[in-house]
Design a protein around this ligand. Sequence first.
Ligand SMILES: [Zn+2]
Length: 287
Amino acid sequence: MQRRTFLAAAGTALLAACSRPADDAAPTPAGRSPRTSGPAPTSAAPTTSSAPPTPATAAEVLARATVPVLCFHQLRDFRPDDSAYARTLITPPPVFRAQLQALRDGGRTPIGVPDLLDHLQFGAPLPDRPVVLTFDDGSVTHHSVALPVLQEFGFPAAFFPMTVVLGKTDWLSADQLRDLDRAGMTIGAHSWDHQRVDRLTGDQWAVQLDQPRAELAGILGHPVDVMAYPHGMWSPEALPRVEAAGYRAAFQLADPLDPTYPLLTLRRIMPPPTWDGPTLLARVEAF
Ligand SMILES: [Zn+2]
């Protein structure tokens, strides 16, 4: 999509942004070339202990990657022109609150992405029945709707905005991103303009991976080291690029984790607004 067209369409077209195309076959491990590079980056190791912690092997990360991660998009009431498909990705505020309440009533404890990564990478302990909440694309409703409810519940979360939309009508501003950050939320990247990383070539690697990370770090005043793949799409060939760009971890949707780069292929589920409390809990349980 041309950039100008993208911006013009951003208000509505991106409702479906993070969902993978239905006709796209999932990449399969069987089709992958063997790789010899090591596990995901280890530079973010905690420094509270005198001895540096030993990073987990890829196999250990795979074995630990059982914490369910939820992925939300826009949090607002439906509009008459929302398509049936878009309505699977829009969560009306009362439904969002009910889903968080169901997690609490079901004994789930939301944890932050840094806690998840410290567990996966270094074996840091987690509370019983953890769950992770994430929000993709950068809708202004992440600040106006999600943040107050998350604070009321005392739940941490992670937000992955596209940088192309920042400051535009209906999207997060830099100030709102800083608000989320100061509230203890994690901010990660989600590309510049929502291009699939499995299709990047040439200078697009820098535009979609390096520059958004740098721009977000500039806004927040500290490094950004996690991302979520636009459309949930990735490829084994893209993972060394993601690692080289400085990301400690990256979230996809439903593919099996990559055996060499499990931290760069963490799975998530998207709860549609039709899931009532018991359904949400059952899906989280089955993650
Ligand atoms: Zn997205």
